[in-house]
Design a protein around this ligand. Structure first.
Ligand code: FPP
Ligand code: MG
Ligand code: MG
Length: 327
């Protein structure tokens, strides 16, 4: 993955690469089921690729202190990626998304029932794997799962009248994305025996970089035709993301049409195209990108509490790569 391109130390780079290759192999095995059909459906999104961002974070954080058992690193990473992929099977049902990782989503390739059941199956596999690591891991995994689900429920229900739209959105993405990415950095710290204050810093860093990750994901939903997903999904669903929320807070004369197009779900594809074009050209996209960059610096700040070395350097390099990514 290009995410480690900036890791300075070649020995460290080789070490990370070895773990990621091993994780890749074990992921596919863990997704095996009783029938060829279920195996096929369960491996569908795994085989389609993906950035393996959560495994990368587990591996990097696991190198902060020497002595982590390679098999424990792999299993912790597998738990995070399988939980993530399970949530994507469900997410594409809820978002009625046709494409994921450049291939048809499971709900579009098969149907909603298959997508939901296979998501559950992968989550079950993640659960048996986390059980091999110990109670502390099971506890964090369970708390994270509860946050994921509550974040998704809050997104679906919307901000309502009494809460601020931006606060609601930031809470949602901290829960639905930040929580699992924070669990990934903490898992990495746990497998190498990091002390409590370092685990706290890893949790804070992970949650913040996770929010940055989702903010840039939401920007790509507007800006990119090459994300492997169909652009404009949030507009179709009527889910306001950072640039839209910034537009609402700072609208000027001339913004009326865009305000209207972003105030309701869109099922007319001409309106989706119009809203996408108007947003792409709008000043709020640059303002949103600047805000994402600022938050990436907040994430980087937490790293000062980590021991110095190539693992910390790599986590720092990720701040830029996540904030300014284009896939
Ligand atoms: C993607 O968001 C979705 C999530 C980050 C998680 C949603 C949580 C669940 C579906 C519940 C968890 C379920 C299990 C089985 C673990 P998005 O739709 O904004 O991103 P996208 O652009 O990648 O679709
Ligand atoms: Mg989605
Ligand atoms: Mg969604």
């Amino acid at each position: 993955t290009s995410l480690t391109d900036q890791a300075v130390d070649p020995v460290f780079e080789a070490l990370v690469r070895e773990r990621l290759d091993s994780i890749e192999e074990r992921l596919k095995e863990t997704a095996r089921a009783q029938t060829a059909f279920t195996t096929d459906a369960a491996q569908h999104l795994l085989s389609a690729g993906g950035k393996r961002f959560r495994p990368l974070l587990v591996v990097l954080a696991s190198q902060l202190y020497p002595g982590a058992e390679p098999s424990a690193i792999d299993r912790a990473a597998i738990v995070m990626e399988l939980t993530h992929v399970a949530s994507l099977y469900h997410d594409d049902v809820m978002d009625e998304a046709d494409m994921r990782r450049g291939v048809p989503s499971a709900n579009s390739r098969w149907d909603n029932t298959v997508a939901i059941m296979v998501g559950d199956f992968l989550f079950a596999r993640a659960s048996s794997t986390v059980a091999t690591l110990g109670t502390e891991y099971v506890m964090l995994q369970a708390e994270t799962f509860a946050r994921l689900v509550q974040g998704q429920i809050a997104e679906t229900r919307g901000a309502g009248d009494e809460s601020d739209g931006l606060d609601h959105y930031l809470d949602v993405i901290a829960d639905k994305t930040g929580s699992l990415i924070a669990a990934s950095t903490v898992f990495g710290g746990m497998v190498c025996g990091a002390p409590a204050d370092v685990l706290d810093a890893l949790a804070a860093y992970g949650e913040e970089i996770g929010v940055v990750f989702q903010l840039s994901d939401d920007l790509l939903d507007i800006a990119s035709d090459a994300s492997g997903k169909v652009p404009g999904t949030d507009l179709r669903e009527g889910v306001p993301t950072l640039p839209v929320l910034m537009l609402r807070a700072s609208a000027r004369p001339g913004d009326e049409r865009l305000l209207d197009l972003t105030s309701r779900p869109l099922d007319d594809e001409d309106e989706v195209a119009e809203a996408l074009a108007a947003l792409r050209a709008h000043r709020v996209m640059d303002e949103a990108r600047a805000e994402v960059g600022r938050r990436a610096e907040v994430a980087r700040g937490y790293l000062s509490r980590l021991p110095e070395g190539p693992a910390r350097e790599a986590l720092s390099a990720l701040c830029d790569q996540v904030a300014f990514r284009n896939t």
